[in-house]
Every structure is written in structure tokens, then in C-alpha cells.
Design a protein around this ligand. Structure first.
Ligand SMILES: *Cc1c(COP(=O)(O)O)cnc(C)c1O
Length: 417
């Protein structure tokens, strides 16, 4: 296989099938029927009934939590979670410097400050750096299970306890992942998940908040689910019940057709996760020990959701070949779905985090970002090669072909120098 010259230099490509090679979510007849049925049943649901109740009950039972509230997006779920957790003006929340921006941006709309902490060599929250950023105003720390690889939740739980911080989770990459057998999204006071198109569980567009805390649940309802839902669920004797009609003034409900899709997808989540697990293990086995490529460290406690397979590129082992050139060669081999992470990147590179005051009144530009920057977040981001993880047995050959393509480029790297 590796005898052919690189496709970039005129050889035969390693991946013979033309792309696209990966599409998500996989849509079946069951999904089509569920959405079509929903269209005949209700296309607007103002309370916790019908498909909304079905989906929330199923998610709550899947996670083993008391309450789930669906939302129109993951961004909205994070916003509702922070608001309901009582995060307000001047509060600081520690967020990993390497994540999708929406982990942190809703905090700006609560008058709070996202405090970025660097990541470690694996791209997970660096708890020593996080500890240095704790102040008297720090309220919470957020766990993000990047690419579906669970954070070390023993370490994060101890960290939160030690500093008396609320532990919150952004589970948007990690539906169904577990740490020591416990689902991600159930370790903290509350968690928020995206149900956006490519996420392991997809509604197309959607999200949800999960919590065991009934008071927090009522506040999630008041934040983004005003009127009927609040009136029906918040006990009339509750001190906040009189706000039910307006809530906090935002309307962040999920669309029933999206809920129907997510409900149908959820019945196949375990199947998808198991399939991804098999394919990821196979790709890792094929790439083990490959020069220039490091596999993600996988503690025995971790069962990932394999939202992606993040590989670490090590240019020093390939004569200093730049990652861009490696990727060009990989694409020429037909491995067109391999890429570098785009918008999941170091947050301090976004203008909104550098000069929030330009768009958001009340924020002073140039505050909050430390002079030393976030070197590990920058490095991990710059050296990550991301592969899709297929779930279906029909795609195993494709996964093998991708591994072959990577091996081919790695072993022929000197031809590119
Ligand atoms: C996708 C995502 C979000 C935002 O979710 P949307 O549904 O796109 O609003 C937040 N955090 C992380 C880590 C994500 O991947």
C-alpha cells in the first residue's frame, strides 16, 4: 500500500471512493416518519406535553437526572443554565481557553466574566492554571468534554470542592460519554448540551439543560420558557410563580419537529456510540506508533462519545513538515474529511474576547486576557488533526482507508520536504 508515490506527487490516492465520506446525523425512515407524524400532531407546543415531554423524559432517564429542559440551541441551553445557576453581574466563571465560543459567550449576556484557563497537553482544563485564576468573585468552573473525550471528573470535582465553586458542564460533544460509568453531564450542579446538526445526538437545531436541582429547574423555565410552561410547572405557592407569564423575558423553546427528530435519534444513540467505539478503536490500533501522529490519551475511566478522533501532529518526527502540508497531502490521498479544528479554537483569538466592549456595553476592552496568553491552547489547537468517527459497519473500509492514507503520508513525509 505504501509503495505507491504520494497522490500529491502524482501517485494513486489511498482513498479510492470519492467524497463526501461523512454525514451526520444519519436519517432513517423512522426519523422521517417521526417528523411527519409530528407535523400532523403539533408544530407548536407551549408547555411540557407531547413530543417535548417524551424527549425530556427520555433524556432524563438516559442521563439519570431529575429534570431536563429542551431549548432551541445549545447556546440557549448554556445561557439558561448560567442564568438559572445564579451567575450575574461581576461574577467570574472559569472556562477552558480551548472550546467552542458558546461555552463562554452567554456569560457576557449576564454581565458575568468568562475567565479563560489554559488547557493541558491533552487539551483538557489545566487545573493548576485554573487554580491561579480563582478570585473571590469566582462562582463556577465549566467542564467541556472536548471531542467527546471525558474530562477527568474526579480531578474536576475535587477542584470545584476545594475552591468552593459550582461545577457546571458543557456536554455538547459528549452525549452518552461516561467517566467511571457515570454519564458526562451529571457530575455538576447542572449541564447544558447542544443538539446541533453534527453533534453526537442531533435535532438539527436544539439543546437542553439537565439538572437534579428543582429550584434551578424552575429558573431555567423562567429564563427561556415563559407563560404556559411556567404556569403549569412552577407551584403556585413558589415565590417566583408570579413571574410565570413573562418569565425573564426570553423565549428559547425547541421546535417540535426538531424535538421529534432528536427523540427518534435518541433511540439509536447507544447503537451509534457502540459503532463509533468499534471504529475509533480500529483507527487507533492502525495508527498506534505511527511517526508524526499521537493518539489521544484514554484513561481507563473514560468512555468517549467519539464526536471526533483528535490526533496530535508531531512535526519534529517528520523532519519538521508543516501540518498544512501534511493535510494537503492527506486530502490529495482522498482523505477529504480530515481537517484542523475550525471554530473550536483558543477563545482569546476571537475579537469578542479581546474587545467585548465594542459590541457589548458594560465591558471594558483589553481586560480579562492575561499577558502570558494561553500557550498550551494555541499549541494543541495548531497541532490537532481531526478525523470523523464513523459508526456503521459499512464504513469500516472507509475508516481503514483513512488510516492507510495517514500512514502513507507519514511514511513518505520526506518526499514533501
Ligand atoms: C455546538 C456547541 C455549542 C453551541 O451549541 P449550538 O447548538 O450550536 O448553539 C456550545 N458548546 C460546545 C462545546 C459546542 O460544541
Amino acid at each position: 500500500m505504501n509503495d505507491s508515490p504520494l497522490a500529491l506527487l502524482g501517485g494513486e490516492p489511498a482513498v479510492a471512493v470519492p467524497g463526501r465520506h461523512f454525514a451526520w446525523p444519519p436519517i432513517t425512515d423512522a426519523d422521517r416518519q417521526a417528523v411527519a407524524r409530528q407535523m400532523e400532531t403539533a408544530v407548536s407546543i407551549p408547555d411540557r406535553s407531547g413530543v417535548i415531554a417524551d424527549l425530556e423524559d427520555a433524556l432524563a432517564s438516559c442521563l439519570g437526572v431529575r429534570h431536563v429542559v429542551t431549548t432551541c440551541t445549545g447556546t440557549a441551553a448554556l445561557h439558561s443554565m448560567y442564568a438559572a445557576a445564579g451567575i450575574g453581574p461581576g461574577d467570574e466563571v472559569i472556562v477552558p481557553a480551548l472550546t467552542f465560543h458558546a461555552t463562554a459567550t452567554p456569560l457576557f449576556h449576564l454581565g458575568a466574566h468568562p475567565v479563560l484557563a489554559d488547557v493541558d497537553d491533552r487539551g483538557q482544563l489545566d487545573l493548576d492554571d485554573a487554580a491561579r485564576r480563582v478570585t473571590a468573585r469566582t462562582k463556577a468552573v465549566v467542564a467541556v468534554h472536548l471531542w467527546g473525550l471525558p474530562e477527568d471528573m474526579d480531578a474536576l470535582t475535587s477542584f470545584a470542592d476545594e475552591h468552593e465553586l459550582m461545577l457546571l458542564e458543557d456536554g455538547s460533544h459528549a452525549h452518552g460519554a461516561t467517566w467511571n460509568g457515570q454519564r458526562t453531564g451529571t457530575f455538576g450542579t447542572a449541564s447544558a448540551f447542544s443538539l446541533n446538526g453534527p453533534k453526537p445526538l442531533s435535532a438539527g437545531e436544539g439543546g437542553f439543560v439537565a439538572t437534579d436541582d428543582t429550584e434551578l429547574y424552575y429558573r431555567v423555565l423562567l429564563h427561556g420558557q415563559y407563560n404556559k410552561r411556567c404556569r403549569r410547572e412552577i407551584p403556585v405557592t413558589h415565590p417566583l410563580a408570579r413571574f410565570a407569564v413573562t418569565g425573564m423575558g426570553l423565549k428559547l423553546r425547541i421546535h417540535p419537529l426538531a424535538a421529534a427528530l432528536a427523540r427518534a435519534q435518541l433511540t439509536r444513540l447507544e447503537e451509534h456510540l457502540t459503532g463509533r467505539q468499534v471504529v475509533a478503536a480500529r483507527m487507533c490500533a492502525a495508527l498506534e506508533g505511527m511517526p508524526g501522529i499521537r493518539l489521544p490519551a484514554l484513561p481507563v475511566a473514560a468512555r468517549p462519545s467519539w464526536y471526533a478522533l483528535p490526533l496530535r501532529y508531531e512535526p519534529a518526527e517528520l523532519g519538521g513538515l508543516p501540518i498544512e502540508r501534511f493535510l494537503d497531502a492527506l486530502h490529495a490521498e482522498g482523505a477529504t474529511e480530515a481537517d484542523q479544528p475550525g471554530s473550536t479554537c483558543p477563545l482569546h483569538t476571537h475579537p469578542l474576547f479581546q474587545t467585548p466592549g465594542t459590541l457589548l456595553p458594560g465591558y471594558a476592552d483589553g481586560q480579562g486576557l492575561p499577558a502570558g496568553g494561553f500557550p498550551a491552547a494555541d499549541y494543541v489547537h495548531a497541532m490537532t488533526l481531526k478525523l470523523p468517527v464513523w459508526h456503521h459497519e459499512n464504513d469500516v473500509r472507509l475508516a481503514d482507508a483513512y488510516a492507510t492514507a495517514i500512514a502513507k503520508v507519514a511514511t513518505h513525509a520526506k518526499d514533501l520536504l
